[in-house]
Design a protein around this ligand. Sequence first.
Ligand code: 13P
Ligand code: SF4
Length: 321
Amino acid sequence: MFTSVLPKPSSPNTPLDLFAAINELKRELNAVILAHYYQEPDIQDVADYIGDSLGLSRQAASTNAEVIVFAGVHFMAETAKILNPDKLVLLPDLNAGCSLADTCPPAQFAAFKAQHPDHIVVSYINCSAEIKAMSDIICTSSNAVKLIEQIPQDQPIIFAPDKNLGRYVMQQTGRDLVLWQGSCMVHETFSEKKLVQLKMAHPGADIIAHPECEEPVLHHANFIGSTTALLSYVKDSDLTQFIVVTEPGIIHQMEKQVPGKAFIPAPSTGNCACNECPHMRLNTLEKLYWAMQTRQPEITMPEEIRVAALKPIEAMLLMSA
Ligand code: 13P
Ligand code: SF4
C-alpha cells in the first residue's frame, strides 16, 4: 500500500534508503522520533530516543522539537499531545491502540468511581485521555510503587486499569487498593508451565518479567520491572542468560546494549506469536516515513479533556522527579 509513495532510489542499482529519507524529513520538520522498546528493530534504530512509558513522557515533556513522531501506541502519543498542545504529534498507525487501555471504557469507569466517592484515583498511564481526565495521579510501571508510597496511609485509593500491576503494587506497598479489573492481552498470554520447562532447560538463566504479567508467572521471576528496569537489570547482572517475560521487541535493545549475553523470549500458552503486541506491531518503518511525509495521522483531542488529563500527568512527573 505504501510502496507507491516511498522515496525513489537515485538509480536502479541503489537500494531504497528509508533510513536516509526519514532522517532528511526529521531535519526538514524539526522532528523528534520517540519509540517504545516493543517497536520493530528498524524503528528502534531510526529513533532519537527509545524508552519505557515514563522515559518517553519525560522526553515528550522536555523536547524542543516542533513535531513529535511517536512510534508506540495511542495512549503514549496522546500523553505527548497532552503535554504539548501546540506541537504536531504523529502516530504512524492511528489504529495502534492498547488492549489494556480498551478494558477501561470511560462511562463504566465514571460509574465505578462514583461508587467510591472518598477515594482518589491513581491510573496507570496505559489508559485513554478520558480516564486520565478522571484521575488524580498517573503512574507507570516504573514509578507506581514509589507514587503509592507517597500517598497518606489513611487515603483510600482506586487503582486502574491494570489489575495485575495493581496487585503487584499492593504486595510491594502493603496498601489496600480498589482495583479496576483490566489487563493486557499480551502479558496474560505467557504460560507458567512452559516458563518452568524453559527454566529447567536453562537453569543458569534469571527470569525477568514485566509487572503486567499474571501472579503465577511473576511468582517465578528473579526480577520484576518496567521495560527500562529490565534492560538495566541485564546490563548490571553478572549472569549471561535471561528468560524475558514481556513483549520480545525489547530483546533487540538488550542484544544491542549487552552483546554476548543470551535473551530467551518466554513462550505464550498457544502455538502463536501472542507474546508480540499486535498494536505496537501495526507501526512499520514505511508507515513512519509516510506519517512524516504527509504530516498525518495526527493526534487530537478536545481541549477540556486535555487540560483535565494534564493535571494527573504533571502530578506524576513532579512526584517521580
Ligand atoms: P513500560 O512503561 O514498562 O515500557 O510498559 C509499557 C507497556 O505498555 C507494557 O505493556
Ligand atoms: Fe497495551 Fe499490552 Fe501492548 Fe503494552 S503490550 S501496549 S499494555 S496491549
